[in-house]
Design a protein around this ligand. Structure first.
Ligand code: FAD
Length: 370
């Protein structure tokens, strides 16, 4: 069985390369060791974030990816659950960061509002004492656990991509790919292994000393009728997301947060809230980094996450209906590693929590440079 392109891994990064391959006229096979994707790509918020991404590669790739998501969503029957972002500054120093961000070119199209004006537009936000609120129109939100299988199905049905699920790739020696079941050949091979840092492609990654970061996530049922008009983030995100954290004004905010939010910072917590079609909220997250992730999740971490949610939202009821953890690789320079162990092979690993937001943009650049 021969293809022009074999993609290893059916997470968003692998699927993005499969799409880019078919758009360039290639016959594509995707090989995934699990019977369906259960990795980071279905465990995330489905929050395609532009505003707040670090300037440069990540921000550029995020804008491309957002446009591809919007285009593909219609064709692949993937609903856009909501658009945009409310970034709430509760502290005066957080408002300083937002004001500084608004002076950058990355804020084009964004608006900085006083709390009263934001409350009129978004009555679901808890803005008592808030100093400012930034609205970004650039984000979209998809339900990842639905979007990833639909994207794969659309690639198969509409574009003839062949998927081999439940088949692990054991060896890549281009043009030969040996799996647990057969040997295949392709002119080009892209390895998108996600958290599998010791398998195929690992020689290309070894020198970066990558680690694995584990996140805790919650799905919460709010009071009936509660609707978010956009995704929500708050002060802690301003020292975590590179687009804000790199601003000089973020240093003073960080100092204040270290004093006031020590346990949250220690657990790598910042707030993201998005909403699903059934009204439930996906709320997170925390960040703990390991060589091999500890399997245990902590209730006190979930409580801290929920405390931040209560500070940002007018929640009168909240029942946690799901808890899960997700893992992504971290370390290395930048947010993504693109390696070329030989002329026919590429290894692509997103080393940050940005792959849903940047995968399509990364794939386009990989092929442009190949
Ligand atoms: C909890 C959480 C929240 C996040 N929130 C966001 C967010 O809001 N926005 C955002 O942009 N990003 C977010 N991220 C990050 C984003 O989800 C990841 O960057 C992205 O999903 C990585 O995609 P991937 O395809 O590289 O990895 P994965 O989705 O992990 O897929 C890799 C696939 O490769 C397969 N594989 C590995 N080795 C082999 C082999 N030898 N043979 C066959 N198959 C193999 C695995 O089985 C797996 O299915 C979040 C991540 C987590 C965990």
């Amino acid at each position: 069985m021969n293809s022009d392109l074999i993609v290893v891994g059916a997470g968003i990064v692998g699927l993005a390369h499969a799409l880019e391959g078919v758009r360039r006229g290639l016959k594509v096979t995707v090989i995934e060791r699990d019977h369906r994707c259960v990795g980071a790509s279905i465990r995330n918020f489905g929050f395609i974030t532009v505003t707040g991404q670090p300037a440069g590669d990540t921000w550029r790739r995020a804008r491309v990816s957002r446009d591809v998501w919007v285009e593909v969503a219609t064709q692949a029957n993937i609903p856009i659950e909501h658009r945009g972002l409310w970034m709430i500054a509760h502290r005066p120093l957080a408002a300083d960061v937002l004001q500084a961000f608004m002076r950058t070119s990355m804020a084009n199209g964004n608006r900085l509002l006083e709390a009263e004006a934001a409350a009129r537009e978004a009555p679901e936000l808890q803005l008592d004492g808030a100093q400012a609120v930034m609205h970004s129109p650039h984000e979209v939100r998809v339900e990842s656990r639905q979007a990833i299988p639909r994207l794969a199905a659309w690639l198969a049905e509409r574009h003839g991509v062949q998927f081999l699920f439940g088949e692990a790739v054991l060896e890549v020696d281009a043009p030969r790919v040996r799996t647990s079941q057969r040997t295949l050949h392709a002119e080009r091979i892209v390895i998108c292994p996600g958290t599998e840092l010791n398998g195929v492609g690992s020689e290309s990654l070894a020198s970066f000393g990558l680690k694995l970061t584990r996140l805790q996530m919650l799905r919460v049922k709010p009071q009936s009728g509660f609707r978010l008009s956009a995704a929500v983030m708050s002060d802690l995100s301003l020292v975590r997301y590179g687009g804000y954290a790199a601003l000089a004004e973020a240093a003073a905010l960080k100092t204040q947060l270290v004093e006031e939010e020590g346990p949250s910072l220690e657990a790598g917590i910042h707030l993201i809230v998005v909403q699903s079609a059934d009204g439930s909220l996906v709320i997170g997250d925390s960040h703990h980094t390991f060589d091999t992730p500890d399997p245990f999740a902590f209730d006190d971490v979930d409580e801290l996450i929920m405390a931040h949610a209560y500070k940002a939202l007018k929640l009168t009821q909240s029942r946690i209906i799901e808890r899960w953890t997700g893992v992504y690789p971290t370390g290395g320079p930048g947010d993504c590693l693109i390696r070329a162990p030989d002329p026919r092979t590429r290894v692509v690993v997103v080393t940050s929590g940005t792959g849903a937001s940047t995968g399509f943009g990364i794939a386009r650049e990989v092929f442009d440079a190949w």
